[in-house]
Design a protein around this ligand. Structure first.
Ligand code: TYD
Ligand code: MG
Length: 444
């Protein structure tokens, strides 16, 4: 077996060619966005995702695009035949010269192919199906996966080729694959989405050459993956207008603002511990918001089930989503919709105070671009000049008040409690008391 161990000699830092480590674009825009420009020669990137999500398609498209830019790409298809890869490629459009394919599962065979083709880019699909016959352990085992990846990392470094390893991850995220390789590679990308939905999200969870905050968005079509350059519109496309429990939050995904819908549902429960469920949001943060709503804003969710979800499989883990989440919850609790042309953005402190978040002007500019007309922001927030009407609130309770979320009958109930007995239900205009009205009120 070709053992590619090299001995490095120290060199003066001033003589090191920094540009040699500059990323080279793959030509797939959303992929490059996540990579911070492209693939760095000599780097190893792990692309993880559930089976069927589109990893092979993405990497074949990237290989085709890179070959189009003049790079030599070698695809090791360890799970499919070369014919299957060819058939997939036929769906993706014209095939330039420079894409090589080998259906190989033995590590020695892979290394021989690398020697023969001398590629700029190597794709191994998947690392779990490659095995090293010198390692006494079954294919797919942790030992095998690690040994094969280590050899490929060495070859990448010594021959300065950009290597992409594909790894399958199961729904639980467990597997003798991606997880055990994360520390060995330079970049870990995760390709996600729901199989029954066309949207695919690519994000970096580790990136030695740049930031990890960028999100790549694709749509799976009949002709492969297509980049989604205007994701905000896509996420809001199915939004139901006038529904209670929905709020729009202008999130930041890396450098890009992304409008997301946060939905909340508050339901009755017979359980001693009613469910609290957060999807796409942090569960701990939800618990905090429920407590703040109760203690600081008089929105009591005790004994009720609470569900919040970010639409479209997006994850929003920034505290800037607090205000929109809390408003969605209040809107659901009072069954009173928020204005459809409103976005909300702000962090909520434990005292119920609103705090400004970074990049507010960019977030609001994106909201304005998509036709939103009002923004609810903390008192201190910086806002862009533009068409958006900015509504400021210092506290959550003030925000809820400004939006008049409390239903009138709740208001009546509150007011009636503070009035002396006998006043309950008496209409303000002094007309006779409606007995039915009193009955329903006292039964409440
Ligand atoms: P694939 O890339 O094989 O997924 P993975 O490598 O992650 O297991 O693609 C999976 C699905 O994508 C498969 O069900 C077929 C579908 N697909 C399309 O819808 N359009 C296309 O152009 C291609 C190539 C695949
Ligand atoms: Mg595949």
């Amino acid at each position: 077996m070709a053992n590619a161990t090299t001995t490095q000699r120290p060199v003066p830092l001033a003589e090191v060619d920094g540009d040699a480590a500059a990323p080279r674009p793959t030509g797939v825009e959303e992929f490059d966005r996540v990579l911070g420009g492209g693939l760095v020669p000599g780097s190893v990137t792990l692309v993880g995702g559930e089976p069927g999500i589109g990893k092979s398609t993405l990497l074949l498209q990237a290989a085709i695009a890179m070959a189009g830019l003049g790079l030599r790409c070698l695809l090791v298809c360890a799970e499919e035949s070369a014919q299957q890869v060819k058939r997939r490629a036929a769906r993706l459009g014209p095939l330039p010269a420079g894409v090589w394919v080998v259906a190989e599962t033995s590590l020695a065979g892979v290394l021989a192919a690398v020697d023969e083709v001398a590629p700029d880019v190597l794709v191994v699909d998947s690392i779990q199906t490659v095995f090293d016959s010198e390692v006494e352990s079954g294919p797919g085992s942790v030992t095998q996966v690690r040994a094969c990846a280590l050899s490929l990392v060495r070859v990448s470094k010594s021959q300065r080729l950009a290597t992409i390893l594909v790894g399958h991850v199961t729904k639980e995220g467990t597997l003798a694959g991606p997880r055990v390789l994360e520390h060995m590679v330079d970049t870990v990308l995760s390709f996600e989405g729901e199989r029954h939905h066309a949207l695919r999200l690519l994000r970096a969870t580790k990136h030695r050459f740049g930031a990890t905050g960028e999100l790549g968005l694709f749509e799976m079509t009949d002709a492969g993956l297509r980049g989604v350059p205007d994701p905000s519109g896509l996420f809001l496309g199915d939004r139901r207008h006038g529904a209670a429990g929905s709020a729009v939050f202008p999130a930041m995904e890396g450098q890009r603002p992304l409008l997301t819908e946060i939905q909340a549902l508050v339901a009755g429960s017979n359980m001693a511990m009613p469910r609290r469920s957060a999807s796409g949001l942090d569960g701990g943060r939800l618990a905090l918001l429920v407590a703040v709503l109760d203690e600081r804003a008089g929105v009591n969710l005790t004994g009720r089930e609470v569900y919040v979800s970010v639409v479209g499989g997006v994850r929003v883990y920034e505290p800037g989503a607090d205000l929109a989440t809390a408003l969605a919850l209040a809107s659901a609790a009072f069954n009173h919709p928020l204005p459809t042309d409103l976005v909300a953005c702000g962090e909520i402190g434990l005292a119920g105070e609103l705090r400004q978040v970074s990049h507010t002007p960019r977030r609001l500019a994106e909201a304005a671009r998509l036709g939103f007309r009002r923004a609810l922001v903390p008192q201190s927030a910086e806002v862009p000049a533009g068409p958006l009407e900015v509504v400021r609130a210092g506290t959550l309770v003030e925000a809820i008040g400004l939006l008049q979320l409390r239903r009138s009958r709740d208001t009546e109930a509150t007011e009636s409690r503070s009035r002396p007995p006998g006043w309950a239900g008496r209409p303000a205009d002094g007309s006779p008391i409606d007995a039915n009205n009193i009955a329903t009120q006292s039964a409440r």
